[in-house]
Design a protein around this ligand. Sequence first.
Ligand code: BDP
Length: 694
Amino acid sequence: EDGYKMWLRYAPIPTSTLLQQYRRQITGIIIYGNSPTLRAAREELNTALPAMLQSPIPEIKTLRNGALIASPLSSLPSALKSIAIKEVQQLDSTGYLLLSTTANGKQITLITAKDDIGVLYGVFALLRKIQTQQNILQLKEWSSPKIKLRLLNHWDNLNRYVERGYAGISIWNWHTLPSYIDQRYIDYARFNASIGINGTVLNNVNANATVLTSEWLLKVAAIANTLRPYGIKVFLSARFSAPIEIGHLSTADPLNDSVRAWWQQKAKEIYQLIPDFGGFLVKANSEGQPGPQSYHRTHADGANLLADALAPYGGIVMWRAFVYDPKATDRFKQAYEEFTPLDGSFHSNVMVQVKNGPIDFQPREPFSPLLGAMPKTPLLPEFQLTQEYLGQGTHLVYMSPLFREVLQSDTYSNGPHSTVAAIADGSLLHHQLTAIAGVSNIGNERNWTGHPFGQANWYAFGRLAWDHSLSSENIGKEWIQQTFGCNQATDTILSMMMGSRETLVNYMTPLGLHHIMGNGHHYGPAPWSNHAPRADWDPVYYHRADSNGIGFDRTATGSGALLQYQPAVQQLYADSNKCEDKFLLWFHHVSWQHRMHSGRTLWQELCFKYNEGVMGVRHMQQQWNNIKQYINQEQFHQVSQLLALQEQEAVWWRDACLSYFSTISRLAIPVGMEQPAHSLQYYQQLHFPYAPGN
Ligand code: BDP
């Protein structure tokens, strides 16, 4: 029990009437067909069922009571086909149907779909039910994914260092590829398929062109071959200047004929090796990355160049909108300003990939105003699973509530109910290309994600990408039961998880504070920091605390960023007396004496929230201790140590931030609240030589 198996542990069902029921319900397996995907389905059933039911479940040839049939509709014998055809017709090409039914007088369970991959998804759905000890007697359930491309983005460098990775080095061992296929690649594919993830970008957006050389493409092809049976397509981050770096051209100008020919030839080479290659992800003219603007061309010129090269093969370009310029007055506004004028000029196989918030994956951000502002362009929201700004490798934070908060946000871009989710799934504007991306938190640590609870964020992202209407509670419960077993600890763990994101917001950046962490490594508090190479990397740029008050005025009287939203959204935030506390300092510079909804002054509320955050972590520690008997020793100890560290770090955040803000507000931390153990100078002098950098 070292966490390697994650949510696919397939632990024995404890002896009970339920176990007897499962054993009656599933007595043998029939799979019609023999593709690599169906073989993966068969293998999963052969591993999982005997382990959970503690009895052999043979493969059988003829129907009998308890037969479990897993096959695409087209391969089913006609009697079975006619039972399922109506429901299967309602599925998309990758959805699945689970059905308890009778055929030839026998009670059977049928998993079917239009395609083999749907069968694999159905197998995982059934196994999830058994792992979470649900009744499988009267199954009649069908499900299709709401979003077509459900992607992980690895920020993995070719030397295996993972940018913002807190779980060891990259799982892609480029050195031993293509000859050696690590079992981890197969297990990675299984975990992803079990939650419906169907695409992965293998390398960092701060890209190295080497991955596009012929030698490296063989390695990429070996990974693609391994993931393919599990329905996962491979994508690459493409470096815009690759024609210069590996093509030996003198330019990467998107309108240059030799450059165009180079990319076309490169696409042809890739598709010869990887016929189902997904396409390119590109970070251009951002944080030092090359891009079309270096040639006085637009992002659309750049994206279309690559899109044209990929189009003959069905590939797509995901062009990132994460751009900002050190000279601008408010970084918040920049992606919108740069991209909205380009709406309508991207070719049809381009998507624009937009981070969930306008700045950068903060513990809480309002949704990016770009989401909803480019109706002619399919937009794909990007979330960050790796906890760059959420405690990195040491804090327990369940991020599903963050994902859901953004997905459920109403942009009003096409009237009410224009949620971010409706943009992502294409239902709002009827785009055919739909996608969602999560920056991976995976590394080569034994348990994949470093912090054992990091697994829950990978899990939740996949489940929401499949169906964004699922609740964080239900997803969390599924994950807990599969990971820790079904026992009396479930509710306690769920309660820890459900409160954890708000707890972190409170001890790091309450009331709408943002970007007040240490420069570069982004670890730990540094609200005083004011001499980064660029002003928009400095905390003081974001909190703007002075003797009068604190916060960034983004209303019409300030930077005007709020005006990028639809009027209905503006109304929510425009008035500092009505704006929800949690977004207040995102949009307003308010006096330290500002009256909050609680009746406290802003200063008091800030102190209160920071304290609440620390108390929240202490509460999680107590909760964890209370369930010791239900958790295996190794994991219990691991999480206990991490929670202790989280408590220390929460105290550090609170004390460092309040010490600093109190020198600016000239107000004392209220008597009765825990006081900082050290002086402000102490916190300012702390250095973090071991914090993972960028
Ligand atoms: C920021 C990270 C940086 C990434 C960048 C990006 O600090 O390491 O390269 O985003 O998304 O969050 O490209």
